[in-house]
Design a protein around this ligand. Structure first.
Ligand code: BJW
Ligand code: ZN
Length: 252
């Protein structure tokens, strides 16, 4: 199948669906200039493994180092803009809604670029770089100023603040899990975009969707561990392919 055929096939699935769930990963933000989670870290961070840094153990051992890593990523995100892939998904969500249909976004990303592109009701499975909470009193704040004056940032109670993201070994936010698993049970099309599908339990949502009888589509420049089980795979960057799907839908 050529890429044009795949784009048309995807547009047909979208046109026929009533309830679409889109699950995104770091790849959807790559064209905004945000490195994917498993891309090599650069500069000061070149010697670190992101899977080691994104853990409660790393934070407990080196809170200044870990909070600085997150603060630098937060500052980098503040200078990035949503790309045509984010905007195409928001536009599709608006179009479906005006048609009495539904597109529910579920993201593993912590960058908030879907929301900045105008998407609404985004389920954040792994939290956000913009929310921080105190490890002593538990108070949570949205922090829009970058950078912090010190690492780790301090709460008024004297405790250390940590990013309200989900690290390895931690539970996902209960409300997000409930909402994500519930919406997938009633979807008829599931799109997995820009994720390597390596991290659980997020990766299992595609299996849940298949179990519920939904068609499944993957959009990714590279094959993933889930490529073998999807109904349709589009090989290429989401910032190019999603606007093409929208264009085909628009032309009828
Ligand atoms: C493009 C592109 C372009 C490039 N266009 N695409 C069952 C079996 C084995 C292990 C486990 C299990 N259940 C739980 C675990 C443990 C663990 C886990 O899954 N480990 C695996 C590594 C094996 N999971 C957990 O610990 C989770 N908690 C949990 O399950 O609690 C209960 C429990 C605890 C302990 C034991 C058992 C149960 C929590 C997971 C939290 C993940 N958090 C992170 C960090 C968030 C904060 C931060 O950003 O620092 O979330 S890890 C990281 O991975 C981040 C991401 O959201 C997540 C997914 O990564 P993603 O988005 O897929 O990115 P990449 O980089 O992997 O892939 C990018 C893709 O984009 C690639 O495919 C590219 O090709 C593609 N791409 N350009 C489209 N232009
Ligand atoms: Zn506090």
């Amino acid at each position: 199948m050529t890429i044009d055929d795949a784009v048309y096939a995807c547009a047909r699935l979208v046109a026929d669906a009533r309830h679409i769930v889109v699950m995104t990963g770091a790849g959807v933000s790559a064209e905004s200039g945000i490195p994917t989670f498993r891309d090599a870290l650069t500069g000061l961070w070149a010697h670190y493994d992101p899977e080691q840094l994104a853990t409660p153990e790393a934070f407990n051992a080196s809170p200044a180092l870990v909070t600085r890593w997150y603060d630098e990523r937060r500052a980098a995100c503040a200078h990035c803009e949503p790309n045509p892939g984010h905007r195409a998904l928001s536009e599709l969500q608006r179009r479906l809604r005006s048609d009495g249909r539904k597109l529910q976004l579920i993201t593993q990303n912590v960058d908030r670029l879907h929301q900045r592109a105008g998407a609404s009701d985004v389920i954040e499975l792994h939290g956000s770089l913009w929310d921080w909470r105190c490890t002593r009193c538990g108070e949570q704040h949205e922090e829009n100023e970058v950078p912090f004056p010190e690492y780790p940032p301090r709460c008024h109670c004297g405790g250390s603040r940590r990013p309200a993201v989900v690290w390895f070994g931690e539970s996902l936010p209960a409300a997000a899990v409930r909402a994500a698993w519930a919406t997938v049970q009633s979807c008829d099309l599931f799109l997995s975009i820009g994720t390597s599908g390596q991290v659980q339990p997020a990766a299992s949502l595609l299996h849940e969707a298949r179990g519920a009888g939904a068609k499944t589509v993957e959009i990714n420049p590279r094959p993933t561990s889930q490529s073998g089980i999807v109904d349709l795979a589009l090989r290429g960057p989401s910032g190019v392919l999603l606007p093409r799907v929208l264009e085909v839908l628009g032309s009828g």
